[in-house]
Design a protein around this ligand. Structure first.
Ligand SMILES: NC(=O)C1=CN([C@@H]2O[C@H](COP(=O)(O)OP(=O)(O)OC[C@H]3O[C@@H](n4cnc5c(N)ncnc54)[C@H](OP(=O)(O)O)[C@@H]3O)[C@@H](O)[C@H]2O)[C@@H](O)CC1
Ligand SMILES: Nc1ncnc2c1ncn2[C@@H]1O[C@H](COP(=O)(O)OP(=O)(O)O)[C@@H](O)[C@H]1O
Ligand SMILES: [Mg+2]
Length: 285
């Protein structure tokens, strides 16, 4: 039986992580990120994840998607580069060349998508971070693909996706059971379980955010979190603090917007990020 509440993540983490940029820096300083996302019916997920990554501060962002979405992506996020994820050679080069790889938003579960998930898990290594979200998690669950990369792994399921992956019905997704399932998948993987007051499982520690609201129950909200997570790790480096800050800022901005907006749009959270990050980075600690 769970008696103690999980540790809450304090907002001070935001000021610790979001520090002023060094004058001599350049785009390479803030990391290279590859977003593998989108398919015929889910172009918006790729746009939101990519836009969130760019707005969160990743130095160079490439999106691997289906070419029919290039125009939409280039129009919405001209800062991002595009590659065709059907082109195995280009895709492999991109997997090898990026520090952070986020895969899954709007990818669907086609045979092409299955191949993309396998390509990422088979070709990433120690100094990289792989963020597994949405369709990538569904594919891993359905195809029973082992999480065998030596890269850092962050899984970001909602409760339905975690049910598929862990076989735990939602009422059974307790702290104890979740830790046990992570051990079976990959003991080094980080789990971000998205819900009202989302949870982080990191090594043998667990944390919860005390932010977020039902106005955020809007399609594309998780795709946006994936982009923020990718952008933060790319820019601030992989650490527990970076993961906590990315998860928290998404909901803190969501809460700010919900004061005046009944429904919180993912694109509005993205738009607000750079200004809020500037405010945090200049505040005294
Ligand atoms: N604009 C775009 O392009 C968008 C594209 N998107 C892309 O669509 C793809 C499919 O992703 P998905 O999350 O929409 O559907 P899926 O994987 O079938 O999971 C839903 C199942 O889980 C259940 N469920 C239980 N608890 C839940 C919870 N807390 N939160 C959510 N669901 C919960 C739920 O139960 P129900 O709602 O039926 O009660 C249902 O049975 C993926 O690639 C994604 O990136 C979206 O991001 C939207 C915007
Ligand atoms: N009632 C709620 N309270 C707090 N946060 C919520 C609520 N509903 C949704 N969210 C947040 O919105 C996001 C939804 O993610 P997800 O279901 O993956 O969206 P999508 O796949 O449509 O992009 C998560 O970060 C979740 O925590
Ligand atoms: Mg999602």
């Amino acid at each position: 039986m769970e008696v103690l509440a999980m540790e809450k993540i304090s907002k001070t983490i935001l000021k610790q992580v979001i520090i002023p940029r060094k004058p001599e820096s350049y785009k390479g300083t803030y990391g290279k990120t590859l977003i593998i996302a989108g398919s015929t019916h889910f172009g918006g997920a790729a746009i939101l994840a990519t836009s969130a990554t760019v707005h969160a501060g990743a130095g160079l962002v490439t999106v691997a998607t289906t070419p029919e979405k290039f125009t939409a992506i280039n129009t919405n996020i001209p800062e991002a580069m595009t590659i065709d994820y059907h082109n195995k050679k280009e895709l492999l080069a991109a997997i090898l060349n990026n520090n952070v790889i986020a895969i899954g938003p709007g990818l669907g579960t086609s045979s092409v998508a299955v191949g993309l998930v396998k390509a990422v898990l088979n070709n990433t290594k120690t100094d990289q971070t792989v963020i597994l979200d949405a369709s990538a998690l569904t594919i891993i669950a359905e195809e029973k693909i082992p999480l065998q990369t030596t890269a850092h792994i962050i899984m970001t399921p909602h409760q339905g996706e975690w049910q598929r992956l862990s076989q735990l019905a939602i009422p059974d997704q307790t702290e104890f059971n979740n830790f046990e399932k992570i051990q079976g998948l990959n003991p080094d993987a980080v789990l971000i379980l998205k819900k009202h007051h989302s949870e982080i499982y990191y090594q043998d520690m667990s944390f919860q955010i005390d932010a977020g609201n039902p106005g955020m129950a809007t399609g594309g909200m998780g795709d946006t979190l994936t982009g923020i997570m990718a952008g933060f790790i790319s820019q601030f480096g992989y650490s527990l603090a970076t993961i906590q800050a990315a998860l928290l800022i998404h909901s803190v901005v969501g809460d700010k917007l919900s004061k005046k907006q009944y429904v919180v749009l993912p694109s509005k959270i993205i738009e607000k990020l750079p200004k809020y990050m500037a405010e945090l980075s200049t505040q005294t600690k």
